[in-house]
Design a protein around this ligand. Structure first.
Ligand code: ZN
Ligand code: ZN
Ligand code: ZN
Ligand code: ZN
Ligand code: ZN
Ligand code: ZN
Ligand code: ZN
Length: 386
């Protein structure tokens, strides 16, 4: 913002105004008559203008420079009589439309000027800082209508965002800090949900978009599991021989201890808790795969493949195999299924992970796959311990 000092024209001119007496054949610049007695002399920009007392008294004066003019030489400009020069030189306030005398305000990159009174009394746009009437400011963001058009809008509440915003992977939408802090996040995509969302009986919040893709039909989930078994055995050459039971379960929304006990078979609550999407367990020689209902199909394929890999490991791999090898191989199987099914977005998410043991383990197997090929990779997965 820039503040400039304007020309105080009227003061300047009064200072050079002088009342003179007698001059030889001096003529009035207005009526043209020879001046006999007293007269008034105006000095403007180095020029002297002489006016007889009669003209000075009877002619209208320019409101800005105070010089007398013939009536037809003055222009009515926004309620003021001004001479042509003053009309050209005057500055007008963009808010009250009045001619500015003295200080004025100007913003960078804008030709508009503001008188001091308006500038002080008018609220400013939170973005461009332009003085704007309150009725023309967006109450939520404090932005003027022009800035409002250019501001990003929150993907959850729809309000214009001034200042910092939040971004999430795999979406172009941005989110305001209020929504990021206070709104439920979608269980599937992790993005703050909008005003309409879904709440599953097990407490999960699902955004509208994800909800369109989720599979809740048990038969459909079972068909996906069967398809995964076929794909894994046909494309990757691994097969779990011992039959297992497939359980389609909700999330355990009680506590992590209940889920832990369920994993050991100590109670019948769902062993899935928090962000777990599936589980393989073998209790007393009986194998079970748990899959969470209400996931989008690609996540079901991914989870089913991961848990099926664990079922195969339980039959083929050393019991003392490290978590990084177990989870890394299961992630590799899941990644191959996502690739075969063409679920690139979910494959990208899987490949982006750097967490231990899933992300780090996957990267190990990916490198082995690239260097030695699939057959060698499976041999490695069968024998390696850490
Ligand atoms: Zn005169
Ligand atoms: Zn004037
Ligand atoms: Zn003004
Ligand atoms: Zn603005
Ligand atoms: Zn918001
Ligand atoms: Zn979602
Ligand atoms: Zn696992």
């Amino acid at each position: 913002m820039m503040m400039q000092r304007g020309l105080f024209i009227s003061t300047l001119l009064f200072a050079s105004l002088a009342l003179n007496t007698f001059a030889d054949s001096l003529k009035c610049d207005r009526c043209g008559r020879v001046i006999g007695g007293k007269y008034v002399e105006y000095k403007i920009d180095g020029t002297t203008i002489v006016v007889c007392l009669q003209c000075n008294k009877t002619l209208p004066h320019c409101n800005a420079c105070k010089l007398p003019f013939h009536k037809n030489q003055l222009i009515n400009q926004k309620g003021e009589l001004l001479c042509q020069t003053c009309v050209a030189d005057s500055k007008f306030c963009a808010l009250c439309n009045h001619r500015i005398e003295g200080r004025y305000y100007k913003l960078e990159n804008s030709p508009e000027l503001y008188c001091a009174r308006c500038y002080m009394a008018t609220p400013k746009c939170a973005v461009c800082k332009k003085p704007t009437q309150r009725r023309d400011l967006d109450p939520a963001s404090g932005a003027c209508l022009e800035c409002l058009k250019k501001l990003p809008r929150c993907g959850a509440c729809g309000k214009a965002i001034v200042g910092s915003f939040f971004r999430f992977k795999h979406t172009d939408e941005v989110y305001c800090s209020d929504c990021n802090r206070t709104r439920h996040k979608c269980y599937v995509c992790g993005i703050p949900v909008g005003n309409r969302y879904w709440k599953f009986p097990d407490g999960r919040t699902i955004c509208n978009q994800c909800n369109e893709q989720v599979v809740i039909d048990e038969q459909q989930i079972r068909r996906i599991m069967t398809e995964v078994e076929e794909l894994v055995s046909r494309h990757l050459g691994i097969k779990a021989e011992i039959p297992y039971t497939l359980q389609i379960t909700p999330l355990n929304n009680h506590s992590v201890t209940v889920a832990k006990a369920a994993k050991k078979g100590e109670n019948s609550a769902s062993p899935l808790f928090g962000s777990e999407l599936g589980l393989f367990r073998r209790l007393n020689g009986h194998a079970e795969i748990f899959l969470l209902y209400g996931l989008p199909a690609p996540m079901l394929y991914e989870t089913a493949a991961h848990e099926y890999a664990h079922a195969w490991q339980a039959e083929q791999c050393p019991a003392e195999q490290s978590a990084e090898l177990r989870e890394g191989f299961a992630q590799w199987v899941a990644a191959e299924i996502l690739r075969i099914k063409g679920y690139t977005e979910f494959l990208e998410k899987l490949e982006e992970r750097n967490d231990h043991p899933y992300g780090t383990g996957y990267k190990r197997f990916k490198a082995i796959h690239q260097n030695l090929g699939r057959i060698q990779l499976i041999e490695y997965a069968k024998k390696a311990v850490r």
